[in-house]
Design a binder for this molecule. Structure first.
Ligand code: ZN
Length: 412
């Protein structure tokens, strides 16, 4: 089997898809279920049909393009990513995994390869949280980690319910039916730009992802007592911001003290009320984001933060309430897929790094129902989610080639 990627065609397709945008080039804005997104979906579907793939979409718009294998009932080998883009993004995030996945399938077809397991390209709905406030909407529903019942309560910022928006977009049927049956996948591999600087810095063309980190996020509300900055003397104060300052440092210490480089904690929001120079802060709202590749370690950090909050509340006589917003578990890649990816790299003499994905992707949720792994290619400066996001045609083609080889090994 000799595989060849049509680099020129793949580059042309990536540029053509970027033209479906609500922002001026080079920026790409493509929010799920907008007319622009629907036109981009129709265009992508045509490309898949042109390749002879059978295309179907589920009730939330996840789109499957299938190359039927010879063993009809055997579990599927999946690949794919997303084509939605946050406002003012670039043209490669997600798209490389979709169009690169399609080109990998076409390369296999051209080589004369015939899969035993069906190979399916999957275009996930709404990986980005832009419209409905939740990332990886499509993959969460496929995996069943988000129930149809909860999904039905989602609405966009204009108050339009998900159910209404999706049916207007042409995706009918029950959300309950989106969840894939157990054992649907044999394996799922996602090709993606790194969205970080390591590959470029180390001048290595490929990254085989062995773990995907996952965030836990929490909202913290601290309430003390306000008053005049001159009138209330220090022994009588219950300053909510001073308590918050102690808590923020405790959060930093908890992450630093975990003993692992993969543990990171961030307080990104600190809202102070009433926010006046001569008024003692009576109320503070914090956001906390803790990520790790190891669930126990991450949950250990969350427990330390909780304990610190209780201690600070007692010492400073303020109330501290914590609310967990989400706590997705990290995932380890499937060993057989990592092995196939590594073998494919070695076959072509491509150097690769074993790496951790520090952003999360649809693969994180598919990992709940199937073995997954990801293949990273470099992106300039590690930039992503901005108009100057860039991956070179050569790097993209190399990724598609290794993906094709890996799909062949898995589908044999
Ligand atoms: Zn992405």
């Amino acid at each position: 089997m000799t595989l060849a990627i049509d680099e020129a065609r793949l580059s042309w397709e990536i540029d053509a898809l970027a033209a479906f945008s609500d922002a001026e080039a080079p920026a790409v804005t493509r929010v799920v279920f907008t007319p622009t997104d629907l036109r981009a979906r129709a265009w992508t579907k045509e490309r898949c049909e042109e390749a002879g793939l059978a295309v179907r979409a589920d009730a939330v718009g996840n789109t499957f393009a299938r190359w039927e294998g010879s063993a009809l009932d055997a579990p599927v080998v999946g690949t794919g990513s997303h084509i939605d883009a946050i406002p003012n993004a670039g043209r490669y995030d997600g798209v490389v995994g979709v169009l690169g996945g399609l080109e990998a399938i076409r390369a296999l077809q051209r080589s004369g390869f015939r899969p035993k397991h069906s190979i399916e390209l999957l275009v996930f709905t709404s990986e980005e949280p832009t419209r409905f406030g939740i990332g990886c909407l499509g993959s969460r529903l496929l995996a069943g980690t988000l129930s149809a019942e909860t999904a039905k309560k989602l609405a966009d910022s204009d108050g339009a319910p998900l159910d209404e928006v999706r049916s207007k977009a042409g995706f009918a049927g029950e959300l309950e039916a989106v969840k894939l049956p157990a054992g649907y996948y044999k394996a799922f591999v996602e090709l993606h730009i790194e969205q970080g600087p390591l590959l470029e810095k180390q001048n290595v063309p490929l990254g085989v992802v062995t773990r995907i980190a996952a965030p836990a996020s929490m909202r913290v509300l601290l309430e003390g007592s306000g008053g005049h900055a001159g009138g209330v003397l220090m022994p009588d104060r219950r300053d909510a911001l001073c308590a918050a300052a102690e808590l923020i440092l405790a959060i930093e210490n908890a992450a630093r003290g975990s003993g692992a480089i993969d543990t990171v904690a961030t307080v990104g929001i600190c809202d102070v009320f009433p926010g006046a120079v001569n008024s003692i802060p009576s109320r503070v709202r914090l956001s906390v984001d803790v990520r790790d590749t190891n669930l126990e370690r991450r949950d250990g950090v969350m427990r330390l933060i909780d304990a610190a909050a209780r201690g600070i509340a007692a010492k400073r006589q303020v109330s501290i309430q914590t609310e967990m917003l989400n706590a997705d578990a990290p995932a380890d890649s499937g060993l057989a897929i990592v092995e196939a990816l590594s073998q494919a790299c070695r076959k072509y003499g491509f150097e690769f790094l074993s790496m951790t994905s520090r952003a999360y992707h649809d693969s994180l949720f598919i990992s709940r129902i199937a073995p997954v792994a990801m293949l990273f290619i470099p992106c300039r400066g590690g930039y992503s989610h901005r108009p100057d996001e860039y991956a070179s045609p050569g790097d993209i083609a190399r990724g598609a080639l290794v993906l094709a080889e890996t799909l062949a090994m898995l589908a044999e």
